[in-house]
Design a protein around this ligand. Structure first.
Ligand code: F6R
Length: 614
């Protein structure tokens, strides 16, 4: 979703702002803009990408887009279409205040009417513009208040979610930022400060950062900054060291971030297990949840809440925890859970899963559980994210920054964490010592098997080329591979815009079979497991109706080649780790089909990396 950057210090702000917006592109956006203060405010903003904005800024340079204080924004449209006039920053009517905003101001309509009655004219359809006029109005109306107080007063009247950056030519040596729901991080330099929605734009400039907590506001100048709550209570700034390298947020020779991230997965698997899967000791050590392990083991029920791909990981988690730990698990879409009067009681534990750690619905589900006295464990990728901070304890996935909008390595890292968790919960209980050790061995051998699977990318590319014409795809799997079918379908639809659906293989005859004809490619996960022959029967049902079958099968299963149109092989593995292998060809299939159809796989239309609005 929208991205924010800001700068105050001793150097020209524009290069940081443009480069910073570029680093935030992965979040998803449709328009971009910057405002720079140099006596007066200069604004350049327009529909389109950051490269185009850079050209517009260069073209306007003669007019003085120069200055050492500035803000920048990438907008993902919510209120008002993607257009030049709806792009941020928004200016007050006299041009003295510029504002950028992430989130949604829920009472914008009422505020707009009130401001219009005071003579304010609106230039855009956005909810955000209300805020800049409100600050201006309060600053002019309330005697003797300063910029900071005007912003504070305005925020106290706003309902909804926001991350904002505000500048004013009336107090030109200040940059004010505040957050309520939308993340913001301040980078601390020597005589300069940087602001961004996440750490990616900061890594080239500083390693020392302060993550703003919800309800906090910072006033930055070149000499320092103050941190208070929106209610004006002084807060202590906690400075943390950024654990992020530049090459982690660059493409490193790959054509797209998505491909790079698919190829990174074998290494990510090692990173997730490092120091946690202790083969020699025959143990799993999950430091982050140590204090809650017993509570989790004794849980009457575990409720998993997540969205999208993370929800698919949650479904695999359900299979894993129920198989190995014998604890009942319920998996909910966070957006449904929060609004359906869920029954929460003693002995229950919630598990939230989120790559970004900022997903609004997942965060709301977490808060609802905590309000009801239920402990919450988090599985997050982004260190220091809101969900990571608000959970009682958690396990980081250590997948590194995921820049491609379509989640790949974060998904497999989540599944790996869930497998480790299930085994840790089951050890010495439902899972005897031999079975536990065998399972550890399966985990340890996974990175090498995954490496062999990604190395088959050329085979997947070849098959992909035969299906770029398709308008629909069906994905089928059973057991651990049912959520993989859902994930394969989601991956394909989000980056190639081909309609795709995932089903449990046995459900096909309860409806979807009606769709099958020669124009319906069907991807079937058919590893050699307990339901192998049942899935083979499903394949026959597809073939009898002339559907094209792409099978994901176990190495050595030569015989299946005669029964399907194409086979993609994955190494032999235990059923519970199979999703970590079968998903890889599905990711690659989506990637190649989408790129061959000319789609922008790293930034698919309409999608955002962190969905911070509900
Ligand atoms: C799909 C995808 C989304 C996210 C979903 C939840 O490729 O990336 O479906 O999985 O928006 O996001 P997180 O995991 O950040 O909570």
């Amino acid at each position: 979703m929208c991205g924010i950057v800001g700068y105050i210090g001793y150097r020209e702000a524009v290069p940081f702002l443009l480069q910073g917006l570029k680093r935030l592109e992965y979040r998803g956006y449709d328009s971009a803009g910057i405002a720079v203060l140099n006596g007066t405010l200069s604004v350049v903003k327009q529909k389109g990408d950051v490269a185009k904005l850079g050209e517009a800024v260069a073209a306007s340079h003669a007019d003085g887009i120069s200055g050492m204080v500035g803000i920048g924004h990438t907008r993902w449209a919510t209120h008002g279409d993607p257009s030049d006039r709806n792009a941020h920053p928004h200016l007050s009517m006299d041009g003295s205040i510029a504002l950028i905003h992430n989130g949604i101001i829920e009472n914008h309509a009422a505020l707009r009417t009130e401001l219009q009655q005071h003579g304010y004219l609106f230039q855009s359809d956005t909810d955000s513009e209300v805020l800049v006029h409100l600050i201006d109005h309060l600053w002019k109306q309330i005697p003797f208040i300063d910029f900071e107080s005007a912003v504070r007063q305005a925020l106290s009247l706003v309902e909804g979610a926001y991350g904002i950056g505000v500048l004013s030519s009336r107090e030109p040596d200040r940059l004010i930022v505040a957050r309520h729901g939308s993340p913001l991080v301040i980078g601390i330099g020597e005589g300069e400060y940087f602001v961004a929605s996440d750490a990616a734009p900061l890594v080239e400039y500083t390693r020392r950062v302060v993550y703003l907590a919800d309800g906090e506001m910072a006033v930055l100048s070149a000499d320092g900054f103050s941190l208070k709550t929106i209610g004006n209570v002084v807060q202590e700034a906690v400075v943390t060291e950024l654990d992020l390298e530049l090459d982690e947020i660059e493409k490193g020779g790959f054509e797209h971030f998505m491909l790079k991230e698919i190829f990174e997965q074998p290494r990510v698997m090692q990173d997730v297990m490092r120091g946690r899967v202790l083969l020699e000791e025959g143990a799993i050590q999950l430091g982050g949840i140590m204090d809650m392990l017993d509570e989790l083991r004794m849980a009457r029920r575990i409720i998993i809440c997540a969205c999208g791909t993370s929800w698919h990981a949650g479904l695999i988690g359900e299979y894993l925890i129920e198989e190995f730990a014998r604890i009942p698990v319920e998996v909910d879409y966070a957006s449904e859970f929060r609004y359906r009067s869920p029954i929460l009681g003693e002995g229950e534990v919630m598990l939230v899963i989120s790559q970004s750690g900022e997903t609004a619905d997942t965060l709301a589900a977490l808060r609802l559980a905590k309000e009801n006295g239920v402990k919450v464990v988090g599985i997050c990728n982004v260190v220091g994210s809101t969900i990571a901070r608000e959970t009682d304890c958690g396990i980081y996935t250590h997948a590194g920054p995921e820049i491609g909008v379509a989640s790949t390595k974060a998904f497999t890292a989540q599944v790996m964490v869930l497998a480790m968790l299930a085994l840790a919960l089951g050890k010495d209980r439902a899972l005897g010592p031999d079975a536990f050790l065998a399972a550890l061995g399966e985990l340890a051998s996974l990175p090498e098997k995954m490496q062999r699977t990604v190395e088959e990318s050329e085979v997947v590319r070849g098959i992909s080329g035969e299906y770029t014409w398709a308008e629909h795809f069906l994905y089928l799997g059973r057991g651990y591979n049912f959520p993989v079918a859902l994930e394969g379908a989601l991956k394909l639809k989000e980056i190639s815009y081909i309609h795709a659906e995932g089903y449990p293989a046995a459900e096909m005859k309860h409806g979807p079979i009606a769709l099958i004809d020669e124009e319906m490619p069907v991807v079937v996960m058919v590893p050699k497991d307990a339901s192998y022959w049942k899935v083979r029967s499903n394949i026959e049902e597809v073939r009898a109706r002339k559907g094209k079958v792409i099978a994901i099968a176990t190495e050595g299963d030569e015989e299946i080649a005669g029964a399907v149109d194409h086979v993609l092989y994955v190494p032999e593995a235990a059923a519970f780790v199979m999703p970590l292998l079968t998903v890889v060809p599905l990711q690659l299939l989506s990637y190649y089909v989408a790129t061959m159809r000319g789609c922008n796989v790293d930034r698919p239309r309409n999608l955002a990396k962190a969905v911070t609005v509900e």
